[in-house]
Every structure is written in C-alpha cells, then in structure tokens.
Design a protein around this ligand. Structure first.
Ligand code: BG6
Length: 480
C-alpha cells in the first residue's frame, strides 16, 4: 500500500478505540502498511503522545484478544503521534499543519493525506472547512482523501448541506462515505454470486423471482447510544443506509465492465427507482415497533415513540423488478443477531400439473447468510426416496466461515485499506445517499403527519405480530 499520513479526528472516541486502532494493528501485522505510513491521532483531550499510546495499547489488546502480539504493537506505536486540538480554533489547525509537515519530512512521506472524521456529525463541516482553510495538505503534491462516518445527515436537507460543505474542500472522488455493511464479505459476495454463475444471473429478475427478503436484526437494545438513537430511530439508523444499500446490491443491473464507477451508477439507478408509498396504503406497507423497556433506557425520552423495529414492503420502478416485492426487516432487542438476504423463486411453470401426488411444497430459495454465519444455502426439490412421485425440498449448504483457515478481514481493516489504495467501490456516492434520503424522507414525513401506531414487542422476540403479517398475508410467503 502507498504511504500516507492518516489523520484521525476523534482519536480518543469509541470508534477509534474499538475499530480503527485494531484495524491498523491488523494491517501492521500483515505488513500492509508502507514504511512511510504515519498515524496522527487528533482529539480534544490534553494528553501526551506517550499517554495516548498507552491508552491505545489497552484498547488494541481488548479488541484483538488472543491475536495480540507485543512485537506488532511495538512496530505500530512508533508510527503514532498525538495532537491535541479544539475543533473550532484555527490556531490549533495551524500547529497541526506544522506537525504534518515535520512528520512527512521525518518519514520521507509523499504528501498523501487521509483524513478520517470519527467525531460527532455536527463537527463534520467545521473540520472539513478548516482542512481547506488552513491548508492541511500539500497542493499538487500527493493526494488528499476524506473518510466520513455515518450518519450522513438526518434528512435530505441536512445531508445536502453537509455534502455542500464537504465538497467545498474535497472533490467527490476524494470523499469516502463509510457504510460498514458494504465491507461485509457476504454483502460483497452478492455481486460475485450473480456475476460468476450462469445458473443465477439469467434468472435474477421478475420473470423468475417471486420476492426478496432483506433482514438484519439485533438482540441488543440501544445500549449507551440512547440519546442519538432516540432522535434517529430505525428508519434513519438502519433503513436509509445499510438496508437500502443491500437492496441496491441485490437489485442492481450488473454492468458489463464491473468498475467502481459503473457499479455505483447502476446502484444509483436502483435507489432512484424506489417507488414512494401511497398515502392511503402506507399502513399495509410498513410496520413500526418499539421493544418493551426502550423508554427506560438511558438517554431515551419518557413516552418516546421512536421506532426500534421496521418491517416494510417496497417496490422498484426498475425494468428488472417491476411488481416484485422487497421485504425489509430490521430491529433491536429482538431474538437473534442475524443478517441475511433471501431470494424466493416462483414455482416452476406447469408445477400445477405434475400429477396427483406431485405437489411442490416449497419454491426454490437462495439464502445468503451475512452474519453471524457467512454462507449460501440453496434449496431445491427432489423426489423423496422410496416413493414414486412425492417431492421434497432439500438444501445445498455452503458455509464460508466453516472453512478451515478462512480469515476474512474485519470491515474496518478493509475500509482503511481501500481508502489508502484509492478504491471507492465499497463507499457510497453522494447520489446514492441523496436518493435514499429522498425515499426515507417521504416515510418520515408521512409519519409526522399521520402518527402511525408504534407496536410494542417483547424483548428477545421476533417483533410485533403485525410485522409478520406484512408477509404472511400473501399466499406462499412468510419471513424466512
Ligand atoms: C450501525 C447502527 O450503523 O449498525 C447501529 O448505527 C447498529 O445501531 C449497527 O447496531 C449494526 O451493525 P452490525 O454490523 O452489528 O450488524
């Protein structure tokens, strides 16, 4: 990988300690960091580089567990520099600029700068503005890139103004908007399963597919994030980004040439084709829920009506998918922590007329397990042994994480690696964010005008029964 200075704003925060530092540790362990790579950890806390390194080491030990090796850490720590900075004081950026220049000289750097905003979203525009105003990168020498965590705005309006602020300092090709679901192995695999298999791609359309299910549930509640979550809710926290990104990848027309640019253009087409819900039928299309005990979580308003569960049925105005429902379900405080995508095929033509006992009980299903197991399960029909004509469903099961020696890189390791390499494939383009917000805004807006009942559900359950009915009421369908 190319050398660069990685400047993390928010270096004493949860994200840096839990994800970014352990990811850098893994990259160091695999010898993937260039000789002239340096980390400049920036935060408001008044501490020295030595103290920071001690805190960082504790975090890396906890989060890498048995994989921790002192020698690797000793190599990584030499690359770390801490810089104390108030996000709104220009003078602090001036001294940061000097630090960057000196470091570049010391490590024989090429002037490349990767800025990571791991801070609360209200600081995003401030920091991006200061990076430009205070010239924190060298013009015409090396590259500059910006990585931004979610939430990218809280509606279309705020996302647009945030984007305008960022694009004053960085071009679109320099902005890496993080959606960590795109880094999950099996989410990426969706494209390969289609592109590399003649048995799937030709049937990946409305002619053959009955419906698609996209599910991501969690057993944990909101934990310590009550204050943020209570303002956001599951529509903003999960649907606008992770869930719609999975819809986009499942539904996308595969470009002949699978480049980042082509794939993103096709994803934009899918997201722009999301059909807005009709005012009079929204209750048949969306169910919201809240787990019991949510209102007692720290940071959550008493009487809060924020949804911790969403189930919905959407359609795309896209030639490949006209009339095919996509069912989405996400929730906190539910039975399992799991994510999967299921493609349910139509019954074969003529299945009605195979004969008296030859009833097909179950259509073909392709199930892509994203987490905790990673794999693909295909169910199909065969003759029951010992009978003449009884049909029974069986499965072919590929368990990716059961393979010995399989060690898939953690999401943040891949994400940092891709940004250093300049590969934007797995980051979201502004037009994707814009189209997703446009659609989700209509739901949020509708909700404000027609307070939709938020159904209570027990913790560790499958969510409200109305969520199940959203799918069950169609013959031959149920949540899988
Ligand atoms: C985050 C949401 O983006 O994704 C969290 O803000 C959620 O509320 C998390 O818990 C789920 O991610 P994963 O990878 O654990 O499924």
């Amino acid at each position: 990988m190319e050398g660069c200075l990685l400047v993390i704003f928010g270096a004493t925060g949860d994200l840096t300690y839990r994800k970014l530092l352990p990811a850098l540790y893994q990259l160091e362990k695999k010898a993937l960091l260039a000789k002239n790579f340096g980390l400049v950890a920036v935060a408001r806390k008044k501490i020295s580089t030595n103290t920071y390194i001690q805190e960082a080491q504790k975090a890396v030990k906890v989060h890498t567990g048995e994989e921790y090796e002192g020698l690797v850490w000793d190599r990584l720590k030499q690359r770390i520099h801490y810089h104390q900075l108030e996000f709104n004081i220009d003078g602090d950026y001036e001294s940061l600029k000097k630090v960057l220049e000196n470091l570049d000289r010391d490590i024989d750097g090429e002037g490349n700068r990767l800025f990571y905003l791991a801070v609360a979203p209200e600081y995003f525009s401030n920091i991006a503005g200061a990076i430009k105003r205070m010239d924190l990168y060298r013009k015409n020498q090396g590259w500059k890139r910006l990585m931004v965590e979610k939430p990218f705005g809280s509606d279309l309006k705020s996302a647009t103004s945030l984007n305008e602020a960022l694009t004053l300092a960085f071009e679109e090709k320099e902005i890496y908007r993080v959606d960590h679901y795109l880094m999950k192995e099996m989410v990426q695999n969706l494209i390969m399963i289609r592109a590399a298999n003649q048995i799937f791609e030709p049937t990946w359309n409305r002619e053959h597919i009955d419906h698609v299910q996209i599910i991501s549930t969690e057993s944990e509640g909101v934990g310590r994030r009550g204050e943020y979550y209570d303002q956001a809710g599951a529509l903003r926290d999960m649907v606008q980004n992770h869930m719609l990104q999975m819809v986009a990848l499942a539904a996308v027309d595969l470009p002949g040439n699978l480049t980042a640019k082509n794939l993103r253009e096709e994803k934009v087409r899918v997201l722009q084709s999301l059909i807005p819900f009709k005012e009079d039928s929204i209750e048949e299309q969306m169910v919201l829920g809240q787990y019991q005990g949510y209102q007692q979580e720290p940071g959550v308003r008493e009487e809060s009506s924020t949804e911790t569960y969403v189930a919905l049925r959407l359609f795309l105005n896209h030639p490949r998918w006209l009339g095919v429902p996509f069912y989405l379900k996400t929730g906190k405080g539910m039975k399992d922590k799991t994510a999967r995508i299921i493609i349910q095929y139509k019954l074969p033509m003529g299945s009605c007329c195979l004969g008296k006992n030859k009833k097909i009980e179950q259509p073909n299903r392709l199930r892509i397990n994203i987490q905790p197991q990673e794999g693909v399960v295909l169910s199909f029909n065969t003759k029951q042994p010992g009978t003449v004509d009884t049909i029974r469903p069986v499965t072919m099961d590929f368990c990716q994480n059961c393979l010995i020696g399989m060690n898939t890189p953690e999401a943040y390791e891949k994400l940092l690696g891709d940004a250093i390499k300049g590969d934007q494939t797995l980051f979201t383009h502004w037009e994707e964010v814009e189209a997703s917000w446009k659609w989700v805004d209509t739901l949020i807006d509708w909700r404000k005008r027609h307070p939709l009942e938020v159904r209570n559900y027990k913790k560790a359950s499958q969510g409200p029964k109305e969520g199940a009915e959203l799918v069950d009421r169609e013959p031959g369908r149920q949540w899988l």
